[in-house]
Write a protein that binds this ligand. Structure first.
Ligand SMILES: NC(=O)c1ccc[n+]([C@@H]2O[C@H](COP(=O)([O-])OP(=O)(O)OC[C@H]3O[C@@H](n4cnc5c(N)ncnc54)[C@H](O)[C@@H]3O)[C@@H](O)[C@H]2O)c1
Length: 290
């Protein structure tokens, strides 16, 4: 059996770490020795604490090491600012978990420009900005673990979430490309597709499932992807309610005909769609075999 996987001296950035899933990730990594930079929005509660400040205080109160960065990751200046916070406080960046998120659900016909823009800005542009800001520091050290957050909505589609699904599917393209580019620098990039009862979802889930769908059941998968012993890259891992699985984008063996007409496509649709034989493309360029 694997001995305890620890993160001593590793420096982890977690966006949206002030609540829900991000808080669980921050607490788990810190409990195993990581220095954690908790980012979340700059909004104070009745005690004068920001979400990130409260989680950082919770971690340090339990003997862990954490610092808060208060500010929306959707701001173009936020990625560099969070990385600067990590470098100034702890001297390096080893782990980046882009987790911050919002929803602005509405049918596609009625969705406003703002509802599309806000969601893309937090999920997709926020993750791009932060990862890009950390990339140089990780490349220099020839080490990095990046976890981006996708969703069943982005992978499979969901009514009323055209904005959110676009952002979450965009993160898959980002993650798979960064996995290819990061490989020679020791930077591994994976995606988590989580399911949990949180501020975002609890009202949509029956109450009897809340405990079974605690964010604590997702955190071990994310922590594993952040560990130095993890060699996966470019993968999409599902974690919800105590079930852990690999999500795949596959390509069927299909139908080959270098002179195919529209009618040939119609006649061979069953072969094209047949999933008896399939592969998992590892990158965009797959030249035809002889
Ligand atoms: N809960 C689920 O079942 C589920 C399913 C699929 C994907 N996700 C994804 O997991 C991630 C975490 O979601 P959650 O369920 O914990 O939601 P949550 O609402 O409980 O937590 C999200 C956190 O992100 C923070 N946040 C929002 N906008 C931010 C911004 N601009 N900058 C910094 N922080 C910001 C919030 O303040 C909050 O603390 C999100 O990316 C979400 O889309 C969640």
């Amino acid at each position: 059996m694997t001995t305890q996987l620890r993160f001593d001296d590793r420096v982890a950035i977690i966006t949206g770490g002030g609540g829900g899933l991000g808080r669980s990730y921050a607490r788990l990594l810190a409990s195993r020795g990581a220095h954690v930079v908790v980012n979340d929005i700059d909004r104070k509660d009745d005690n004068g604490l920001t979400p990130a400040g409260a989680v950082a205080a919770e971690i340090t109160g339990q003997g862990g090491s954490a610092i808060a960065h208060d500010g929306s990751i959707a701001e173009p200046s936020a990625g560099p600012a969070v990385v600067r916070t990590a470098l100034e406080a702890f001297g390096r960046v080893d782990i980046v978990v882009s987790n911050a998120g919002i929803v602005r659900d509405r049918s596609f016909a009625k969705m406003s420009d703002e509802e599309i823009g806000e969601v893309l800005d937090v999920h997709l542009h926020g993750a791009i900005g932060l990862t890009r800001a950390a990339w140089g520091a990780m490349r220099e050290r020839q080490y990095g673990r990046v976890v981006l957050t996708t969703s069943v909505a982005g992978l499979w589609g969901n009514r009323g979430q055209a904005n959110y699904a676009s952002a979450k599917a965009g993160l898959v393209g980002l993650g798979r490309t960064l996995a290819i580019e990061g490989a020679k620098y020791g930077i591994l990039v994976n995606l988590i597709s989580p399911g949990a009862a949180t501020g975002m979802t609890a009202a949509l889930l029956p109450e009897h499932l809340h405990e079974r769908m605690s964010p604590e059941h997702v955190a071990p998968m994310v922590a594993y992807l952040c560990h130095e012993s993890c060699s996966l890259t470019g993968e999409i891992l599902f974690a919800a309610a105590g079930r852990y699985a690999r999500d795949l984008i596959i390509e069927t063996a299909g139908y080959e005909n270098n002179a195919a007409t529209v009618e040939d496509i119609a006649d061979h649709l069953a072969d094209i769609m047949d999933t008896t034989s399939w592969s998992v493309p590892s990158q965009a360029v797959q030249l035809p075999s002889d």
